[in-house]
Design a protein around this ligand. Structure first.
Ligand SMILES: Nc1nc2c(c(=O)[nH]1)N[C@H]1C(S)=C(S)[C@@H](COP(=O)(O)OP(=O)(O)OC[C@H]3O[C@@H](n4cnc5c(=O)[nH]c(N)nc54)[C@H](O)[C@@H]3O)O[C@H]1N2
Ligand SMILES: Nc1nc2c(c(=O)[nH]1)N[C@H]1C(S)=C(S)[C@@H](COP(=O)(O)OP(=O)(O)OC[C@H]3O[C@@H](n4cnc5c(=O)[nH]c(N)nc54)[C@H](O)[C@@H]3O)O[C@H]1N2
Ligand code: SF4
Ligand SMILES: [Mo]
Length: 724
């Protein structure tokens, strides 16, 4: 148990290797040294390194969550679906599989439906089937989901494969479920979607607004710097519909009714304008559209906002005055802003708040949508997005397309592709027939998984490349065993725009192969030779297409990485703050938003509002953290949180099993009764497939970002005994 105490195995006689790399989990991008037992090919200890984002700090996942990589359920040989296998999608995510995380894979109910195959057989089958669909139905009948858990190099190669070889722009990834609405608003408003200031700049802010995010659980090391700042005098305004622990450090906590943020921020804008707490020079010189914004928020008084969002008018006034009076104010936000069917409007309001108070381009200011996956910033930069090539260059711009056609030597489709949820819909209608899913688990992570089940099981051919036999892989015709983070080298771009090198710690298990090599194999077998001698060479090709990365290389990144933009990595760390004089689109565009209630309001049958999200110890669909001994022990089970008033009314006791139903499905889950959630709302984490939150969620999307409203749907909660 030595490794659990945090003591390195000093007197140990086992052969070890120390590797300086990164934590594989969140967008904070902590630098870590892993110490591996080379004989048993497993990590035995983790130490924080003095990285730009973490200064030696690690959270529980970085410290103890690494053992998933050497879990005995790792996929080690290619698998091909048997002819007599059960029909695809026969199992619901709720069904008990003996092979669930933690259980012995030998007893898996799923595995017998697949047979082991050689690499040549599996890869030829993938190439033949995808080619046959392309020849018969055209490239737009194919689609790919890439991964924000993979490196920049993998993301670049994956979108290149889909575009140049499949012949379509149907390529997307989990950013669509994540910050797509923030990105839409930021591209529209500023012309760039990356953060303007790094997290640790919060130390220089007088005021920081944290809304729709729970950093203590989801960006834990970033949260420690925010808490340090609060202790040293930065005033925090925390806005949330379920009290996050960081509210303990807040000067002002504003509990808000879910889905009503626009009403709150419009009222704050109203106060700023009414009381002339504006930065007039900034508005005049650096923005456009102020007149229309002021007109829109004129009727939005704090008193009228209170009736919509539940935040007392006096607190709205106070929050506005704190922002307006600050010398430097910083804005952090997360999924409580973005994952709504009006998520883009939410983000537009935050941009307006920062702009009218002149809070960008200086120390302690700026816009920081906290990025989730370890490489969601990089995967987006590298073009895992259906409308754009690397560096957000539009696929429907003829001049840009010509450049990529010359670079890749293939004609490219001028049509923007479909998004994650559109691809699932197109699979249901038979428009998409073949798919390649690399490092995502949409059967658990997409909204309304019964619809996802229909989509995935309608596919004529599906290849899944993962490190575990995921619930999504159960729909596959071919499963390719790939490399975990610990077994590969590549670059990852964190929430601060810092590009850092992750290095191989462990050897690949069994016959598993590198993700990037498998992409190249499939391309080559489909008649498009893709050969690189190294990952560094892939990076060089990617960097040449992408201004922000152009000055970087594996060698230049060195031990500590660089922020982009970085004029000269020899002499500079890169830019922790951007847009001190102008935005990529010139002036910032202020886009007013009007409050619109969420689509699916509670009613008599479904009287409560469900919000879904995360807990500290688990990662998304649980494939990694539920296979980590420490993390699984700390948080073994799903719980629905409900307010004590609702619990009392419904006759539900803390700890009892309840049934939660929406218009789309029902789950059974243990109740946790408290006061963190607002009366009338409940919270369920997304990590537990046996209580799969996405059986309940509504697949409706935001019109601009096309992101589903994971934070709002109507549900009913009843005692499981009574309902049975
Ligand atoms: N432990 C852990 N950490 C993670 C992840 C994980 O799975 N596990 N995933 C990573 C990823 S990909 C992401 S995107 C990030 C997400 O990080 P966060 O954005 O912090 O994620 P969520 O838990 O989804 O919660 C968002 C917060 O929004 C609040 N909220 C809900 N509705 C509303 C609303 O209408 N208005 C406001 N103002 N607030 C609301 C919720 O109460 C919750 O506190 O976390 C990353 N870090
Ligand atoms: N209800 C609800 N649903 C949500 C959300 C929510 O808040 N509520 N949040 C949404 C958000 S913000 C996100 S980002 C998505 C995340 O959704 P997903 O990306 O689908 O979730 P993950 O579980 O992170 O999936 C990563 C997959 O990659 C595999 N993997 C890990 N490392 C590697 C590797 O190196 N190589 C390969 N080949 N595979 C690897 C893992 O085993 C896993 O199957 O979920 C979304 N869904
Ligand atoms: S904060 Fe994020 S990157 Fe840092 S150790 Fe925790 S999970 Fe890993
Ligand atoms: Mo995310």
């Amino acid at each position: 148990m030595k490794q659990l105490t945090g003591t390195p195995p000093a007197e140990s006689t086992v052969p070890t290797r120390r590797v300086d790399t990164l934590c594989p989990y969140c967008g904070v991008g902590c630098a870590v040294t892993y110490i591996a037992d080379t004989q048993r090919n497993r990590i035995i200890h983790a130490e924080g390194r003095n990285g730009a984002a973490n200064a030696g700090r690690l959270c529980v996942k970085g410290r103890y969550g690494h053992d998933y990589a050497s879990h005995r359920q790792r996929l080690t040989r290619p698998l091909i679906r048997r002819d007599d296998a059960y029909p695809k999608g026969a199992l619901s995510p709720m069904e008990e599989r003996p092979g669930k995380p933690g259980g012995p894979v030998e007893e898996s109910a799923v595995l017998p439906h697949f047979r082991e195959a050689s690499w040549d057989e599996a890869l030829d089958l993938v190439a033949d089937r995808l080619l046959a669909i392309r020849e018969r139905d055209g490239g737009d009948a194919l689609a790919g989901f890439g991964s924000a858990k993979g490196s920049n190099e993998e993301a670049y190669l994956f979108q290149k494969l889909v575009r140049a070889v499949f012949g379509t722009n149907n390529v997307d990834h989990c950013t669509r479920l994540c910050h797509a609405s923030s990105v839409a608003a930021l591209l529209e408003g500023l012309g760039s979607a990356a953060v303007t200031n790094v997290v640790r700049d919060v130390a220089r802010a007088d005021v920081a607004l944290l809304t729709g995010c729970n950093p203590t659980d989801n960006h834990p090391v970033a949260a420690t710097f925010i808490k340090d700042a609060a202790v040293n005098g930065t005033e925090l305004i925390v806005v949330n519909s379920r009290r996050p622990r960081i509210a303990d450090y807040a000067s002002l906590y504003l509990p808000i009714q879910p889905g009503t943020d626009v009403a709150l921020y419009n009222a704050m804008l109203h106060v700023l304008i009414r009381d002339d707490l504006l930065d007039h020079d900034f508005i005049r010189e650096r923005t456009e559209g102020f007149g229309e914004l002021a007109e829109t928020v004129k009727p939005c008084t704090p008193v009228s906002a209170e009736r919509i969002c539940g935040v007392p008018a006096g607190d709205i006034e106070r929050a506005a005055r704190m922002l307006g009076g600050a010398r430097a104010a910083m804005f952090f936000w997360g999924m409580g802003i973005s994952q709504h069917t009006r998520g883009t409007d939410n983000a537009r309001c935050l941009i307006s708040l920062a702009m009218v108070t002149g809070n960008v381009g200086r120390p302690g200011t700026g816009l920081h949508p906290l990025r989730g996956q370890n490489n969601v910033q990089g995967a987006s930069d590298a073009g895992l997005i259906p409308m754009v090539y690397p560096d957000y260059q539009a696929v429907d711009d003829a001049a840009i397309r010509k450049r990529f056609e010359e670079l890749w030597g293939r004609p490219l489709s001028p049509r923007p592709g479909l998004t994650v949820t559109e691809i699932v819909g197109a699979a249901r209608t038979g428009q998409i027939k073949g798919m390649y899913i690399l490092g995502e688990n949409p059967f658990i992570s997409d909204p309304d998984v019964n619809k996802v089940r229909e989509g995935l099981s309608s596919l004529e051919f599906l290849v899944v490349q993962d490190i575990f036999l995921t619930e999504t892989a159960e729909f596959a015709d071919v499963i390719l065993p790939a490399s975990s983070f610990m077994e590969k080298t590549g670059t990852y771009t964190n929430t601060d725009r810092r590009v850092q090198l992750g290095r191989q710690v462990l050897e690949l298990p069994g016959e598993a192969r590198q993700d990037w090599e498998l992409i190249c194999e499939i391309a080559s077998r489909m008649g498009y030779p893709m050969h690189y001698d190294s990952v560094a060479e892939v990076f060089a090709e990617f960097a040449a297409t992408t201004d922000a990365y152009a000055s970087l290389s594996h060698a230049a990144l060195g031990e500590w990485g660089r922020w982009y933009p970085c004029s000269d990595p020899e002499t500079s760390e890169g830019e922790p703050i951007v847009f001190d004089d102008g935005f990529p689109r010139g002036r910032a565009r202020l886009v007013p938003a009007r409050f619109e209630p969420a689509e699916e309001q509670p009613d008599r049958e479904y009287p409560l509002i469900l919000g879904t999200g995360r807990v500290l110890e688990h990662w998304h669909t649980g494939t990694m953290t539920r296979r980590s001994r420490v993390l699984d022990t700390l948080a073994p089970e799903a719980e629905v949180e409900l307010h004590e008033q609702d619990a009392e009314r419904l006759g539900i006791a803390d700890g009892q099993q309840v049934r939660v139903s929406s218009r789309r499905g029902t789950i059974v889950i243990r109740a946790r009764v408290g006061t963190d959630v607002l009366p009338g709302t409940v919270f369920i984490p997304m990590h537990f497939k046996e209580a799969c939150a996405n059986l309940l969620t509504n697949p409706s999307v935001d019109p601009w970002g096309k992101i589903p409203g994971f934070k709002f749907c109507a549900v009913r909660v009843e005692s499981a005994q009574a309902a049975a």
